[in-house]
Design a protein around this ligand. Structure first.
Ligand SMILES: *Cc1c(COP(=O)(O)O)cnc(C)c1O
Length: 379
């Protein structure tokens, strides 16, 4: 069966070089070859996260690293503040509640970001908050959160700052050390162009100190054990060996391009897609749009048909809305290994589907706007 090309904010398209690397015969993990690759992966992740601190690789999807962060960086009786403005940020609150952490939620409408003033106020009226959780790029709504500002507020109130960067890493500037992020969580199948199955997180000295002093009971996701072994390129248990080699290759590609250029490419693609969406008469859902995905608002009751038509007729896989946005929005992913030529495919398929469904009268407006946006953004 013919495969639909992925324009989804995870999993994302994987470059052939990375797939080929993953397909090579297995190397045992207690070997110099594996340790060398693992250490290079950690260095590569430090490079994209802009941190000098420890980075841990886990065999799980992104949610596993989120849970590992909660288990290791909170303890029973802790009070946490969580920003919620979509499906993924809700997950932080679900995990903290699962572990009996007292959870204060600061909500914004889905499609909006959480205002710094709301966080400031929440810290003031909720004394004793020791951990702050937020989501850099809320993939369910396509909204970007100003993590740098929120981290500053949280630090002013002596809270540890834990950020879901699963869909922002590589798409946006992420400055873990400079912004004082105590733990930044990422996933392989998003901006780092690797098949699903690996997650990673960074740890600040304060984070390491806190988990050393006390945390929830844990075994597989013991980050102290993982950081200790990672220093020598080892893992406590069998790692996802082939995925680690794949991620090594993907990170080499990111280094060759340069992280600034990678982020600029995401920004240019996102800007062009937004221009095309607007030109096609669809609304933009996010008040502060992320470079990872564009959430567009089609006419009522058309979202599912657009997603289906794009996939079945034009071989382009996008996604609809999640949770309460189901049937209300479509999400066009441009996170990871995508260039202008890919955006031409994406917008062509969108236009064609809109014409088929008699939502727009004819072809051309989307591609026209896309091309114009690129001409304006490339010097
Ligand atoms: C994809 C995603 C997740 C969940 O990751 P899984 O790999 O599916 O567990 C969490 N947060 C954000 C922002 C995401 O985009």
């Amino acid at each position: 069966m013919k495969r639909a090309k992925l324009f989804t904010p995870g999993p994302t398209e994987v470059p052939p070089e990375v797939l080929e690397t993953q397909a090579r015969p297995l190397v045992h993990h207690r070997s110099d070859a594996f340790r060398k690759a693992h250490l290079e992966v950690i260095e590569g992740l430090r490079y994209i996260l802009r941190t000098e601190g420890p980075v841990v690789l886990l065999a799980s999807s992104g949610t596993g690293a989120m849970e590992a962060a909660v288990v290791n960086l909170t303890r029973p009786g802790d009070k946490a503040l969580v920003t919620v403005n979509g499906k993924f940020s809700e997950r932080w609150a679900e995990i903290t509640r699962t572990y009996g952490v007292k959870t204060v939620v600061v909500e914004a409408e889905w499609g909006e970001s959480v205002a710094p003033e709301a966080i400031e106020r929440a810290f003031e009226v909720n004394p004793g908050v020791s951990v702050f959780f937020t989501t850099h790029s809320e993939t369910s709504t396509g909204v970007l959160q100003d993590v740098e500002t929120l981290a500053r507020i949280a630090h002013d109130h002596d809270a540890l700052v834990i950020v879901d960067g699963i869909s922002s890493v590589c798409a946006h500037d992420v400055r873990v050390d400079e912004w004082g992020i105590d733990c930044m969580v990422g996933g392989a199948q998003k901006g780092v162009m690797t098949p699903p199955g690996l997650s990673f997180l960074s740890l600040s000295p304060q984070a390491v100190r806190k988990m050393t002093a006390g945390r929830h009971p844990c075994y597989y996701f013991d980050l102290l054990a993982a950081t200790r072994t990672a220093e020598k390129g080892d893992t406590p248990y069998t790692p996802a060996i082939t995925l680690v080699f794949a991620l090594q290759r993907a990170l080499q590609m990111i280094r060759e391009e340069g992280i600034e250029k990678v982020i600029a490419r995401h920004a240019a693609n996102a800007r062009a897609v937004r221009a095309a969406v607007r030109a096609l008469g669809l609304g933009l859902f996010a008040s502060v749009p992320s470079n990872a995905t564009t959430a567009a608002v089609p006419p009522p009751d058309k979202a599912a048909a657009i997603v289906r038509t794009m996939e079945e007729r034009y071989g382009v896989k996008i996604t609809g809305g999640q949770g309460k946005l189901k049937g209300k929005i479509i999400r066009l992913g441009h996170l990871g290994w995508y260039d202008r030529d890919d955006m031409v495919i994406l917008i062509s398929a969108l236009e064609a589907a809109l014409v088929d469904l008699e939502i727009v009268p004819g072809l051309g407006a989307g591609l026209e706007a896309l091309g114009k946006a690129y001409r304006q953004s490339t010097p």
